[in-house]
Design a protein around this ligand. Structure first.
Ligand SMILES: Nc1ncnc2c1ncn2[C@@H]1O[C@H](COP(=O)(O)OP(=O)(O)OP(=O)(O)O)[C@@H](O)[C@H]1O
Ligand SMILES: [Mg+2]
Length: 442
């Protein structure tokens, strides 16, 4: 993670419009981790991450920021919903499972790196295995000239396998070494035993029927897995991954407002929500969590929490938890101009998505600038007079404008459709101006 804060913000700018405060705070937190890693181990121990709480009403980009970070980052990163967890002892996922998920994410990153480093070795293993199957070996007693011919054949065959010319041919693979791996993080501890017996059943099943004809193409991916298992030092990968999750891991805790308990609803306090908050405390503060791969200390894991806090406030979280998120950033609600930019300036904007979708039917959509302005205007207006659902309003607006075109698209293949301001107003003015109607439709 060696991007400067400016570079991180710049990357996010392509996907998330405005919300500069949030982007800056997060970019800085990421950089601080990078800086910390350059220091002596003694100092590193002392520097704790400053967890962040992002507050902003619905549809303003909180989750979007995290989705983009997840794609960009090469550090262990997971995004989880706080509302999914249940208090320890109740049925459901306990909060410690998020740490296990982080470790699994870290392992897949480290493993991918090792696979990249050992790409040639793995590739060789795969090709050799397949060639072995395609060309039966010569008997020991073969004459020297036969051996020379065979050697030539072997080289030619190798090339054909590499070039994919043999992809449609079939080979027989033995499956007895294939591991059946369960993602055990999603299982509560009491289920782990059940999982073990399952694995055993699978193993015996594999033994009974351990040979299978597959295409060379499939064999390549299957053998690749086998090669990673054989050639890579998984113990080393797990240790590295554990350390990396410990030092650089980030957990994005979305929907944290859903586990806060509103002061207004006193008497109806939900013990389970408070339990989840209590369970979170040690993890956020720093404690040891046991995973299948070893014990991980959570002291230096960075937590970024986000919530709309419509019905609750950050102060409705238990005080100890509030204190563990010292950095607060607010995301602004979206203005008409921001909505316009979201439509026109983001990398995968809704307009581009619709253009692409309808191009499948051979239909070309052209959005006039005035039409886009009108959409932003009407979306903003609808947000003001009904609920403010942020950029999500653009989805409903576009869906309404394009519903007929989209429905009849098959009849208009090869045609060009110009979306102008008139069309936008025609479709939406009535709806937006009518309070009740817009509550239903938009
Ligand atoms: N500032 C923004 N820039 C670009 N796109 C945005 C922005 N805000 C929201 N969007 C788009 O709106 C949709 C909803 O945004 P997002 O999921 O981030 O909302 P949220 O803030 O997490 O809301 P909630 O509190 O309801 O979870 C996404 O498709 C996202 O791309
Ligand atoms: Mg969200």
């Amino acid at each position: 993670m060696d991007l400067t804060p400016k570079q991180t913000v710049k990357y996010l700018d392509d996907y998330v419009i405005s919300q500069q405060d949030a982007k800056k705070t997060i970019a800085l937190a990421l950089r601080t981790r990078y800086r910390r890693m350059q220091l002596s181990p003694e100092l590193q121990e002392e520097i704790m991450p400053k967890n962040i709480l992002m507050i902003g009403s619905t549809g303003v980009g909180k989750t979007e920021i995290s989705r983009r970070l997840a794609k960009m980052m090469r550090v262990p990163f997971i995004k989880v919903e706080a509302s999914k967890y249940t208090e320890v002892g109740f049925v459901g996922r306990d909060v410690e499972s998020m740490i296990r998920d982080l470790v699994i994410n870290s392992i897949s990153i480290v493993k991918a790196e090792k696979e990249e480093e050992n790409k040639d070795k793995i590739e060789n293993y795969v090709i050799n295995k397949i060639v072995e199957k395609l060309l039966p070996p010569l008997p020991e007693a073969a004459s020297q000239s036969k051996k020379d011919d065979y050697q030539k054949l072997l080289i030619a065959m190798e090339k054909r396998v590499v070039d994919g010319e043999m992809d449609d041919k079939t080979v027989e693979l033995e499956f007895d070494k294939i591991h059946v791996e369960f993602d055990d993080s999603s299982l509560p501890p009491e289920m782990a035993k059940v999982q073990e017996s399952f694995s055993k059943i699978f193993e015996t099943m594999n033994k009974e029927d351990n040979k299978k004809e597959v295409s060379v193409k499939d064999a390549k991916s299957i053998l690749k897995l086998e090669a990673s298992h054989k050639l890579l030092d998984m113990t080393n990968i797990n240790t590295t991954a554990l350390k990396r999750a410990e030092d650089g891991g980030i957990i994005f805790l979305d929907e944290i407002d859903k586990i806060a308990i509103s002061a207004k609803s006193q008497g109806r306090n939900d013990p389970s929500k408070e339990g989840v908050q209590r369970d979170l405390l040690p993890i956020v503060e720093g404690s040891s969590v046991t995973t299948k791969y070893g014990v991980i200390n959570t002291d230096h894991i960075l937590f970024i929490a986000a919530g709309a806090f419509h019905l609750t406030k950050p102060s409705d979280l238990i005080p100890e938890l509030q204190g563990r998120f010292p950095l607060r950033v607010e995301l602004e609600s979206l203005t008409e101009e921001t909505l316009y930019k979201i439509l026109t300036q983001t990398q995968n904007s809704l307009l581009k998505q619709y253009e692409a979708l309808l191009s499948v039917e051979g239909l070309k959509l052209v959005f006039e600038d005035e039409a886009i302005r009108a959409m932003a205007h009407l979306a903003h207006k609808a947000n003001e007079i009904t609920e403010d659902i942020g950029a999500r309003r653009l989805h409903t607006i576009l869906e309404k404008i394009l519903e007929d075109i989209s429905f009849d698209a098959d009849e208009h293949s090869g045609e060009e459709f110009i979306i102008d301001a008139n069309l936008v107003h025609e479709k939406l003015d009535m709806v937006v101006d009518d309070d009740d109607l817009s509550r239903y439709i938009l």
